[in-house]
Design a binder for this molecule. Structure first.
Ligand code: ADP
Ligand code: ADP
Length: 226
């Protein structure tokens, strides 16, 4: 079954629904991009999947388990990895300790190996002892991805992950990110307002408008349908 499933998920702020009756599923190993204009509810949808928001109605499942609906499972117990636009690394911790932060459930003896493995995965094997301010923007984003992948989450959620990067770097980090997801076989939901990004990363795209999923399909189904 799907690693992430949203069913009839609705969330309003005041009287205005930000997300309205959304059904969306992500299969194992699949990358689904959520695209749509600013304010259409993309970020809210991701936050509902992550557990940073509670739905007013509907259900969220991660790995088949209900995490919102008949029960509530908080973000840290959902087995989801998260990557945000502003990477949100801890400035006072070096890269290795930033990654170690999410590994408290892994036996201590395995942590260094796992950290080295994910740093290698994102091509930063030599930078474990640097602090975030000693890294470029692109390197910081790759550390954020390594940190999200390190606990081997059921699904990775990325919210405008490359928006803070300039155009050249954005393409490069996007390619590296997709390669890392593929290499680990990780399923992901990627929120973006960038059509090129959505097309190049997504096995499937969900087009969101005014909180409603208008279209779901492969890039060619979505953009070549009459
Ligand atoms: P997107 O990510 O597509 O730009 P958002 O999910 O951020 O869209 O926002 C969807 C709608 O919900 C917008 O109308 C936005 O103003 C509103 N919204 C989002 N978060 C909040 C909040 N915490 N309080 C009130 N309104 C919000
Ligand atoms: P503490 O600061 O609590 O003593 P450690 O110094 O052991 O913790 O570091 C936390 C984790 O990060 C440990 O598993 C450690 O082996 C690992 N670690 C520290 N530095 C590196 C590095 N440069 N590369 C890979 N793993 C590292």
């Amino acid at each position: 079954g799907p690693v992430l499933a949203l069913s009839g998920v609705t969330k309003s702020y005041g009287s205005h629904p930000a997300v309205c009756g959304v059904d969306l599923a992500v299969s194992p190993g699949e990358v689904v991009t959520v695209i749509g204009p600013s304010g259409c509810g993309k970020s809210t949808l991701l936050r509902l999947a992550a557990g940073l928001e509670r739905p007013d109605s509907g259900e969220v499942r991660v790995g088949g388990r209900v995490v919102a609906g008949s029960t509530w499972v908080p973000p840290e117990r959902r087995r989801v990895g998260m990557v945000f636009q502003d990477h949100a690394l801890f400035p006072h911790l070096d890269v290795a300790h930033n990654i170690a932060f999410g590994l408290d459930e892994l036996p201590r003896s395995q942590r260094a190996g796992r950290i080295a493995e994910v740093l290698e995965l994102v091509g930063l094997g030599h930078l474990g002892q640097r602090h975030p301010h000693e890294l470029s923007g692109g390197e910081q984003q790759r550390v954020a991805l390594a940190r999200a992948l390190a606990p081997r989450p059921t699904v990775v959620l990325l919210d405008e992950p490359f928006s803070s990067l300039d155009a050249n770097l954005r393409t490069q980090v996007r390619t590296q990110t997709l390669a890392a997801l593929r290499e680990t076989g990780s399923a992901a939901m990627v929120v973006t307002h960038d059509q090129t990004e959505a097309l190049s990363m997504g096995d499937r795209l969900a087009v969101l408008k005014d909180g409603v999923v208008r279209q779901v399909g492969t890039p060619s189904e979505v953009y070549e349908s009459p």
